[in-house]
Design a protein around this ligand. Structure first.
Ligand SMILES: Cc1cc2nc3c(=O)[nH]c(=O)nc-3n(C[C@H](O)[C@H](O)[C@H](O)COP(=O)(O)OP(=O)(O)OC[C@H]3O[C@@H](n4cnc5c(N)ncnc54)[C@H](O)[C@@H]3O)c2cc1C
Length: 318
């Protein structure tokens, strides 16, 4: 299946969710031809090499001053040109603000439709079935896009990145697109970075606390453990709602989606709204209640009081 992936660059690197999609396609669609659409200004060869490593066989580059920043009209016009030239069956992007703006537009322009915020897809016969959590993540909607070209966006954090990619240098196809005044009705002004950003999405280790932490001051040990492990701290809404910790640390449906290698969850019950944002390779749970729902997700569970166990863990790690 010829699959076109919209490649997104963030902070001068290929954005993690895009790499996650490449891994998912590579491991799920046998015989997939993966084509990357790389748009921007002053595109770097190292990005192309990295895409090759992650399984992209062909990179279509469009390197133009007008593509320095994402704008709906210029990017969708360019992607339409790429679609016309490479004729993909499946077009997919990470569901960032840009991916979620671009992909549905392309679906409409191609008289097709789009599955949004997918966390998985399966191959059923000749078709793809898309899995999207609904009803506060307590149910899974399965859809199939019936159209000549299938479009989808993934939910951030849905797919793991291949840690040991081993693909080859991709073929490069460069194309150009001409824009007119109508394509430039929206002007990019600036991107203002938030003064305080907590990027949990890229954290490899997260030590997270829930209501069981029982107070603002007790986040100190959570921080110390995270520092010892070279990780970040996280929290449930039960903690951010009462201002034990800033909202930027919230993980889950309304917080950030994370996919660390290691997630230590202390005093967290495992509500669906929290767990929907957690996709960890290894989940260690510390909870006094052996019936807490989070135990069902755990690789290792320690039944006991976090206020006793965390200091022991800290000393051992030291
Ligand atoms: C629309 C909507 C969106 C939401 N979005 C989010 C979201 O993005 N993120 C999020 O986290 N929540 C979200 N929530 C809230 C969510 O439903 C839960 O209420 C919340 O996740 C519960 O947090 P908790 O696990 O810390 O608290 P609780 O559910 O109260 O669990 C506390 C746990 O700590 C254990 N415990 C208590 N004392 C100790 C101790 N001393 N040692 C060890 N364990 C102990 C208890 O056994 C219990 O399992 C959302 C809710 C709604 C309705």
């Amino acid at each position: 299946m010829k699959t076109l992936v919209f490649i997104q660059i963030r902070d001068d690197k290929i954005e993690e969710n895009t790499l996650g999609i490449l891994n998912k396609i590579k491991t799920s669609i046998s015989g997939a031809k993966i084509i990357g659409a790389l748009l921007g200004k002053d595109l770097k060869d190292e990005w192309i090499q990295e895409l090759g490593l992650h399984g992209v066989q062909q990179v279509v580059t469009v390197d133009l001053p007008d593509l320095e920043f994402y704008l709906s009209a210029t990017y969708s016009k360019t992607m339409m040109e790429i679609i016309n030239q490479v004729n993909p069956k499946f077009v997919v992007a990470a569901g960032t603000v840009y991916g979620e703006d671009l992909i549905p537009r392309l679906a409409v322009k191609n008289a097709s439709s789009c599955a949004q915020r997918i966390v998985d897809f399966t191959i059923e016969g000749d078709s793809l079935h898309f899995h999207t959590p609904v009803r506060d993540d307590q149910a899974m909607k399965i859809t199939q896009v019936v159209g000549d070209i299938i479009f989808a966006t993934s939910r951030p954090g849905a797919f793991f990145v291949d840690e040991n990619p081993s693909g080859a240098t991709p073929e490069i196809m460069s194309i150009s697109v001409a824009f007119n005044d109508a394509d430039k009705l929206v002007k990019h002004i600036e991107i203002k970075k938030a003064e305080r950003t907590v990027n949990l999405k890229d954290a490899k280790v997260i030590v997270a606390a829930g209501r069981g932490v029982a107070g603002k001051e007790n986040f100190q040990i959570i921080r110390e453990l995270a520092d010892l492990l070279g990780g970040q701290i996280g929290a449930t809404r039960a903690c951010t709602d009462v201002h034990w910790i800033e909202e930027t640390y919230e993980i889950g449906q309304t917080g950030q989606s994370v996919s660390p290698d290691l997630y230590i969850a202390a005093g967290i019950s495992g509500a669906p709204q929290h767990m929907s944002g957690v996709k960890a390779k290894t989940l260690i749970v510390i909870n006094t209640d052996e019936g807490a729902p989070i135990i069902n997700y755990a690789d290792y569970a320690i039944i006991g009081d976090m206020h006793t166990i965390l200091p022991i863990l800290k000393e051992k790690l030291k």
